[in-house]
Design a protein around this ligand. Structure first.
Ligand code: URA
Length: 338
């Protein structure tokens, strides 16, 4: 069955609009619907429809070729549901021929769609032959308000992020590590802690914050009335930097996308940046941590908080009071209604 044979591609015979016998042969309702479709296509600048004379040479072979080159046109719909979109697009398959009844839409396409398509014409000009021909391309892109919303993406799971990380060799830290320290804790935690990078103990055990700094962090977690298993703990980089140095920019750039994805997978209420490198990576703040600690920031749809790194407190025990104050603030935040 020939579908929308473009004048440039076939020898025009009888333009459908002027085929007197054709429309008489169909009942009134069908005729109205075909007329509605013809008006709609005229609105789009598609004005000439042709059909082959019955029995014309190579009708079948040509038709097959044509329908492969020009599949049924898809009409974008303002209806947001994909189901409705499918329904309309199958309704839009206008097949004009002799042997079968034309398939026509059950309802007239929305005018706004026609107008949106109309706007695609070059200013003051008629549509080019290409724009008038049904095309193989996906539905024409409409404005933000007319296009259906993109399909919702299911959030990733931590397992998926971990699987994607694999046996990571994306940066030079891979060469010196024993283990990848991905993260540990509740995959649905309300509270996530982000440190800098694994140290020697973590590298050995494959778990974050299990050395001395980790023991202090455990105490602080208890201080806010939680258990370590209830929170999630991870780092900016997943491999130990040699000599426990601060990770380089290239290392952070390679690894931080996995941190962002971890946080997205967990969707916590609060992300606590432990130390300046975590603050800089997650919040882009370059100011000194002394001025920023104890404060909340927006981090997408969640909140972020900045606190001193426990290793810093171990080196400066007099600052532990400040760390406690900050953890008290965290406790109050988690007690507050969402
Ligand atoms: N320091 C960190 O930043 N992360 C760890 O996992 C351990 C120590």
């Amino acid at each position: 069955m020939a579908v929308f044979q473009h004048p440039a591609r076939c020898q025009p015979s009888v333009p459908l609009r002027f085929a007197p016998g054709y429309l008489k042969a169909v009942d009134n309702k069908l005729r109205d619907e075909i007329t509605a479709w013809l008006e709609f296509y005229r609105d789009l600048g598609i004005e000439d429809f042709y059909r082959r004379e019955p029995g014309s040479r190579s009708e079948t072979a040509d038709s097959k070729l044509e329908s492969r080159q020009h599949p049924e046109p898809r009409i974008p719909s303002p209806d947001p549901s994909a189901k409705a979109l499918r329904r309309q697009s199958s309704g839009a398959s206008a097949t004009f021929g002799r042997q079968a009844e034309p398939r026509v839409p059950t309802r007239r396409p929305e005018r706004s769609v026609a107008r949106a398509l109309e706007r695609r014409r070059p200013l003051g000009g008629r549509p080019s032959p290409e724009s008038r021909a049904p095309s193989l391309s996906p539905p024409l892109s409409l404005s933000l308000f007319e296009a259906p919303p993109p399909p919702r993406r299911e959030p990733e799971t931590l397992e998926q992020v971990r699987a994607d990380l694999g046996d990571c060799r994306r940066c030079r830290l891979a060469g010196g590590r024993q283990t990848i320290v991905f993260g540990q804790g509740n995959p649905h935690a309300e509270l996530v802690f982000v440190g800098e990078g694994p140290g020697a103990d973590e590298d050995e055990q494959g778990l974050p914050f299990v050395g001395r700094a980790g023991q202090l962090l455990n105490r602080m977690i208890q201080f806010v009335g939680m258990k370590r298993e209830e929170v999630y703990i991870c780092n900016i980089v997943k491999c130990r930097p040699p000599g426990n140095r601060t990770p380089g920019k290239d290392e952070v750039d390679a690894c931080s996308p996995f941190l962002f994805r971890q946080i997205e997978a967990i969707r916590p209420r609060l992300v606590c940046c432990l130390g300046a490198p975590a603050m800089k990576t997650l919040l882009g703040i370059k100011e000194g941590i002394t001025r920023v600690r104890g404060q909340f920031f927006d981090y997408g749809s969640t909140k972020a908080f900045v606190a001193y790194h426990p290793a810093y407190i171990l080196r400066n025990p007099r600052e532990e009071k400040i760390l406690r104050e900050d953890f008290e603030t965290i406790r109050e935040f988690l007690k507050s209604p969402r």
